[in-house]
Write a new protein. Sequence first.
Length: 357
Amino acid sequence: LSASMAEGSRTSEARRDDVFGRWVIFSPARSRRPTDLKSHNPTNPSPAPSADAPKPSCPFCAGRESECAPEIFRVPPPEPEASPWRIRVIENLYPALRRDLVPPAPLVGGEEEEETAPGERAMCGFGFHDVVIETPRHDVRLWDLDAEGVSDVLLAYAARVRQLAEHPAVKYVQVFKNHGASAGASMAHSHSQMLGTPFVPPSVTTRLNHMKETFERSGHCSLCEIRSEYTLISETPNFSAIVPFAASYPFEIWIIPRQHISYFHEIGQDKALELGSLLKTMLQKLCKQLNDPPFNFMIHSSPFGLSSSRLPYAHWFLQIVPQLSVIGGFEIGSGCYINPVFPEDAAKILRELDCST
């Protein structure tokens, strides 16, 4: 894209996303100026209590641990010193998948058969559904933590994913955060979740297949090749934060490792600190620019035991999706999305936004 195109007026345009393999229609006529786009349903789930109001409390708050489902681990660990916890990883009290069920028998033929076997199929609802309580305080959001605090949350994700990877029936772990009721959060206290499934979810298979097509056509990984000054928001030595070229949602952000890495759970402490700082900044920017919108973020990693032939195009990344509009019949029926904000415009706004004050 030329500088004039990136900065000038635009007409509708369709772009194909080479990671998820979907078409996106950019239609700026359907919206006001990009800078005017705000959430009309700000979350503000945990306002600072006034002096005469009681402090909010819930089962995720410190001191009410006994009201939660069983704890898996905490940070710091309770031994050898019983210091206050900063992060707790617990079982979900209302799990979508049940760890106490008998795991399904492994498929004959392995990974490829699981991806391509036709016909209707069913298996028991075995799996793991965990909650990561990111802070003991009810009035603190993830991006209110310092970079080290966010890093510790990321390392807790990675530690739990590594534990689940040891289970022979778990094929994939989806790490995600829902912020705000309209984004799916049932608890206001800052937390995230992960599901370990006995199958590879279809969107993961589709993503890998589309990245394979790009790799076979170009000889390069789709995410390794993303280097555009017009869609870049911020960059560190090991990570890039961008608005993707064919963003399905307005002000969608991807944080991508600059080195080719297939598995999120292999992240080390130094890179987790760098990623934590960048993630904190991106969430601050979205909160300030979009009026504290509900959002989801998802870590897109690779299925466990991926064959070595697939690793060259399997590249993990973190996707942040502000919930600014409702998905309609066209999107549901066609699998295409309509985005009123061009990625270059969204990236420029976020890039220039100062969150230091």
